[in-house]
Structures are given as C-alpha cells and as structure tokens.
Design a protein around this ligand. Structure first.
Ligand SMILES: [Zn+2]
Length: 310
C-alpha cells in the first residue's frame, strides 16, 4: 500500500489512518500480528525501499517463518522490528500495540500490574514492556531547545520518592531523587540530576535553553549565575510566599507539570526507584508536550522509530 509514494507521504497516510481510536477501531485496524508487522514495514520501509545488500530498489516479499521481508533481487532479509521496542520479544506484536494504545488512552499512565491484567502476560513481561514503552516515548519526544531571545523559560527543580508520604519534605530530604525541569510556551524538558548544585544544573541549562532567554526561577542560589551564562534572570521568592515575583516572574507552569507527574507516580505506581524515575518523567513530558493533540499519540508511537541503516 502507498509503495509508490515517498516515505514522508506514506507516514502521513499512516498517521491519518491510525488516528485516535476506540477499542473497536483499534482491533479493526490491527486484528492480528500480521497487520502490525505490515504497518511497521510500511512506515519504516515500504515497497521500493533500497536494499542495503544489493543497493537496488526492491519489492519485498514477506517471509512467513519470521518477522521479516526478503529482497526480490538478492534475498536479503529486512526485519521491521529491529531497532523498535518489539525487537527482542516473543510477545505478540498486537499485544505490544495494544499496550501502547492503553498508554495513550489513559491520563496518568499504566502500571505494570494493570498491563499484566489487561494483556494476560506475566508481571515480569508487563513490567519490561512498560519500561520499553516509556523509553520509546522518551526517544520519540526527544529534547529540543527551549526559549529564544526575549522568550520566557521557567526552570524549576523537584524531589520525588524516597521518604514515604507524610514524611520530611522539601530540599535535602533523604532518599529523594531530584528532577530539573525547563519549560517554554510549548514544551517541557526534564533531567534527573544527582543534586541541585550549580555545577550540576548549569550544564543542562546551557545545553537546553537558548541564550538570551528570559529565565524564571525560584530563589535557589544555584541559579544566581544565569546572567553570567548569557541569560536574563528573574526570580519568584516562594520563601516569602510569592507566586509571582518582580517583572511577572513565575514557575507556576513547572509546578503544574510537577503535580501532574507526582499524581501519575503516586496514583499509578506503588514505588518508582531512582534508577527508573527518568522514564516516568519522560512519559509525563511526552504527554505534556502533546496535550493539545492527544489523539495523535498512538499513531505517532507506532509509526515513529529510529532510522535504520541495514
Ligand atoms: Zn537485495
């Protein structure tokens, strides 16, 4: 299907076909593993795709014995699942697609326990799938640059996990993991960091926020060197009970994001270890950055993968 069109046109077609779906539409679109594999082939390669072995544009024939297609000229095999979350798995592709569908139709994400129930797989398999889907969301989202000359960027940090609920809160609380968040008008970028020292935070800010941006932060001292790095800097003093500081300084947008992330973690997941926290932050980031077009999430996640050379 659509083999004669350039790849970006085929992707567009596939996006339109795989729009936000009801559960019925999902199973109509992907009734079995074969349709899922065919979809991956279409969005990643398509008929006419140049063979990496004989360097000729080829028609590709489905090899029934494995998840692969074969070159019409030299018999070279093409594996549409290579480089996707589904590469090293015996779980059916349809279950994977369904798991992704569940992730994109819930507001706060899906726990491994819930996946285990819904998919009828073991907890171990469900846990692994959920992790790989979150990593996939992180890859698809990427980390773009934020801000620009005179554009406003909010930077804030938060603490997640560690001390149980009702325990010590705020800076320096034992066992908590720090996340740095940066946000402009349209996008948020998060980084899990070991601490809130200036030497830790500044490299991430320099890498992500465009020089000349108007950076809004709270009164944390680590941010004091922002002007030395080419940023304009305004602060809101939460310690003094402010929500909006001089010149309209605010980090309310970031605080909204943090509460959404914490709702997702507390409501859906019993415990998130420091090691895996970045994936949950990226999942929240992925959702937040698509808050105006949630209906695109499923089609995007089953149609966007790293380009392959082989
Ligand atoms: Zn070939």
């Amino acid at each position: 299907m659509f083999g004669e069109y350039p790849l970006y046109i085929r992707r567009l077609f596939c996006y339109m076909i795989v729009m936000k779906q009801t559960i019925t539409q999902f199973f109509k679109q992907f009734p079995d593993d074969e349709t899922c594999l065919q979809h991956l082939f279409e969005v990643r390669f398509g008929q006419g795709h140049g063979c990496s072995s004989c360097n000729r544009p080829s028609n590709w024939y489905r090899i029934k014995a494995e998840r692969a297609y074969s070159c019409q000229w030299c018999g070279h095999h093409l594996h549409p699942t290579v480089g996707t979350p589904f590469e090293k798995t015996r779980t059916s592709l349809q279950l994977w697609f369904y798991a992704i569908w569940l992730f994109t139709t819930t507001r706060n994400g899906v726990s491994a326990k819930e996946l285990e129930r819904q998919l009828g797989v073991t907890y171990k398999t469900a846990w692994r799938m959920a992790g790989l889907i979150r990593e996939h969301m992180a890859n698809v989202d990427g980390d773009g640059e934020l801000g620009g000359i005179w554009q406003s960027v909010e930077i804030d940090e938060t603490y997640v996990g560690g001390a149980h609920k009702g325990g010590k809160r705020g800076r320096g609380a034992d066992g908590k993991t720090v996340i740095l968040g940066m946000m402009d008008d349209s996008e948020v970028v998060t980084k899990v960091v070991p601490n809130v020292k200036r030497a830790t935070l500044m490299p991430h800010i320099n890498e992500t926020v465009i020089k000349g941006s108007l950076v809004n932060t709270d009164e944390l001292k680590s941010y004091n060197s922002l002007p030395d790095h080419g940023y304009r800097h305004i602060t809101v003093n939460h310690g003094a009970g402010q929500y909006v500081g001089k010149m309209g300084a605010t980090v309310n947008g970031m605080e909204g994001f943090w509460s959404q992330l914490k709702r997702a973690i507390n409501g859906t997941h019993i415990h998130v270890s420091a090691k895996h926290l970045w994936k949950y932050a990226k999942e929240a980031e992925y959702r937040f950055n698509r808050r105006d077009r949630p209906q695109m999430m499923f089609s995007e996640l089953v149609s966007t993968f790293q380009p392959l050379t082989k």
